[in-house]
Design a protein around this ligand. Structure first.
Ligand code: HAS
Length: 570
């Protein structure tokens, strides 16, 4: 049974990293574009990719949507199952993996054929091939089945262990899957009620604003669906890996409950510039966005405390002892610390971006990709990469190949992302647009921005080279490890890095702290989360529906020169 559980997890994780590998190889092309170098004119690339937009669509979909979903599905199926000591239905687990992969393959065909060059936000009325929407819907449905399996396994555990505290890793995983079940409703509604009826010709057109609003219902919360699996590692595993302990277990539970309640009703901060949504709702979502930063701030101080504790336990003294005595040669620890350091900038940038007054300055500029590369590109992706350095040996019984290269890859990734982030935020402030091919068409239109951007453009170009090196060294280590022979008893050589103190078995709720008792009724809190979303999105969607107007679909980004998505009405 354990071997099969590990195998299915390994399939999820390896599929995720194959997607990331292709996505990462396409990354430097984007960085060079923001440095003013149009590599898409290169004859070899021209044979592979029809346009800048096809490259960007593949990069965004593979990295942000496919990599994250596969990794998280494997990671958050495996951890709580082990944590609860549960026996799950393995046929069902394999079935969801196969379903998710089938969805991916169906969506991949039109993407690769340039028939779904819609960028990772696939805003209508840009219209792609129906297979893209069908494949994406199947993928999301599969993730919901993983969510259901974990939540139901936990419900079963609660029945068998009445009056006991849910172990921490299970608590975090279950609350996260519950959050996904709330926040994915927007995307599910967009797919089933808007996109699929439209692409199959059952509706004459589409209301772009309704689709966009449903998209961002899921679209902001999805960033926490990506982030929180990294938080699980930071809270539950990193303290032990660094040699310390978790500062406060109840605080970790509070953090996850705050995300369960508050992640979703914030999406309108992506739509400050959109008509037909009142300023009142925009302001409410802005304040709720500031509120959702609080659990991350709690995490920052809590994890910094754990790291300080680790360094002191390792003999660190004085002001800087906390830094110097951390295990700086361990790629697992270093990768995660660097991911966190970059997230300080990513988080601060996000809070600034959320401000109603500042948003118009940077909305749709290069600032935005700058922001999300030091959130999802580092806090999340780099943490998952660092996790792979122990998870792959743990699942396979193989030893990490070339740990020094692994360590170097973490520093390179961090450095590359820092260059990219500084360059892109700076370009954005100067008015360089996002998602625009640097070309004879864009340059005169955005002349003012590009004219003053030589230094940030150079930084962005350099970042592309560093990140390519980082990616190549990381994937060398990962694939060489996967292809090496099995040498260890995985459970003994690389056990789960649990500290027993965070999840002692058989802990009674009665003796637990008030915070643990208050956060334990996850099912009731889940109902509150649904109610909050209904309250915060219901009136907005009702008004949009009353004012709906359908427009026909239009052509997707097809040519190298097209700066505008819908340049041809169907
Ligand atoms: Fe964001 C746009 C606001 C977090 C991802 N965001 C995006 C987009 C993506 C994205 C992909 O309000 C682009 C979407 C598109 O294509 O249009 N974001 C925020 C806010 C937060 C935030 C307020 N974003 C994230 C995370 C992401 C992510 C996380 C991915 C995982 N974002 C926005 C807004 C927009 C936006 C606007 C729309 C802009 C527009 O106009 O289009 C907050 O949740 C951030 C809170 C975070 C913190 C940081 C805590 C720091 C920690 C590390 C501590 C370090 C330690 C290390 C302990 C407060 C936890 C110590 C170590 C030692 C060695 C000492």
């Amino acid at each position: 049974y354990l071997a099969s559980l590990k195998k299915v997890t390994q399939y999820y994780v390896v599929t995720a990293f194959i997607a990331l590998f292709i996505g990462v190889l396409l990354g430097p092309l984007q960085a060079f574009n923001y440095a003013g170098i149009n590599v898409y004119e290169n004859p070899i690339l021209k044979a592979l990719l029809k346009s800048y937009y096809q490259g960007l669509s593949l990069h965004g979909v593979l990295n942000a949507l496919v990599f994250t979903q596969f990794f998280i599905s494997g990671w958050l199926l495996y951890l709580p199952t082990r944590d609860m000591g549960a026996r799950i239905n393995m046929k069902f687990a394999w079935g969801t993996y196969i379903m998710m992969t089938a969805g991916l393959l169906i969506a991949a065909v039109p993407l690769l054929l340039n028939k779904a060059t819609l960028l990772y936000t696939f805003y209508p009325p840009m219209e792609g091939h129906w297979a893209f929407y069908v494949g994406a819907t199947i993928m999301v449905a599969a993730s919901l089945l993983v969510a259901g399996q974990v939540v139901l396994t936990w419900v079963g555990w609660k029945k068998q262990n009445p009056g006991q505290v849910t172990p921490l890793v299970t608590f975090m995983s279950v609350s996260l899957w519950m959050m996904w079940l709330v926040c994915s409703l927007g995307l599910v509604a967009e797919a089933l009620l808007v996109l699929l009826p439209w692409v199959f010709g059952l509706r004459p057109g589409v209301d772009p604003l309704i689709a966009k609003t449903l998209f961002w219902w899921t679209g902001h919360a999805i960033v926490y669906f990506w982030l929180l699996p990294a938080y699980i590692s930071w809270y539950a595993f990193l303290p032990k890996q660094a040699g310390g302990r978790i500062v406060s277990e109840p605080l970790a539970r509070l953090t996850f409950v705050m995300f369960l309640l508050n992640s979703t009703p914030v999406g309108i901060h992506h739509q400050y510039a959109d008509p037909n949504i009142s300023n009142t709702w925009k302001m409410i979502h802005m304040f709720l966005t500031f509120l959702v930063a609080i659990p991350s701030l709690l995490t920052a101080f809590s994890i910094a405390g754990s790291l300080e504790d680790a360094a002191r336990a390792r003999g660190g003294r004085g002001l800087f002892g906390m830094l110097t005595h951390l295990p700086w040669k361990d790629p697992v620890v270093v990768g995660q610390i660097l991911a966190m350091v970059s997230f300080i900038g990513g988080g601060a940038g996000g809070i600034i971006t959320a401000s109603f007054a500042f948003s118009p300055v940077i909305h749709n500029t290069a600032w935005i990709p700058g922001h999300f590369h030091i959130t999802v590109g580092t806090a999340v992706t780099q943490t998952f990469m660092a996790i792979a350095f122990w998870l792959v040996p743990h699942l396979t019984g193989k030893r990490l190949v070339a740990p020094k290269v692994a360590l170097a890859s973490m520093w390179l990734w961090f450095t590359g992302m820092m260059f990219f982030a500084v360059g892109m935020h700076w370009e954005g402030l100067l008015g360089v647009p996002r998602r625009a091919l640097i070309s004879a068409v864009a340059l005169p239109i955005y002349k003012e921005g590009y004219m003053h951007s030589q230094i940030p453009m150079a930084l962005t170009g350099i970042s592309g080279v560093i990140l390519l090196l980082a990616g190549l060294s990381f994937f060398y280590v990962l694939f060489a490890t996967l292809l090496s022979p099995r040498v260890d008893d995985a459970e003994a050589a690389t056990p789960l890095p649990y500290s027993e103190t965070i999840s002692p078995a058989g802990r009674s709720l009665r003796g637990a702290s008030p915070l643990v008792r208050a956060t334990e009724p996850l099912l009731a809190l889940w109902v509150v989360a649904f109610a909050l979303v209904a309250l915060m999105y219901g009136p907005v969607l009702m008004r949009l529906t009353q004012n709906a107007s359908l427009v026909p679909g239009c052509n997707y980004y097809t040519t190298v020169q097209s700066e505008v998505g819908c340049n041809e009405q169907r």
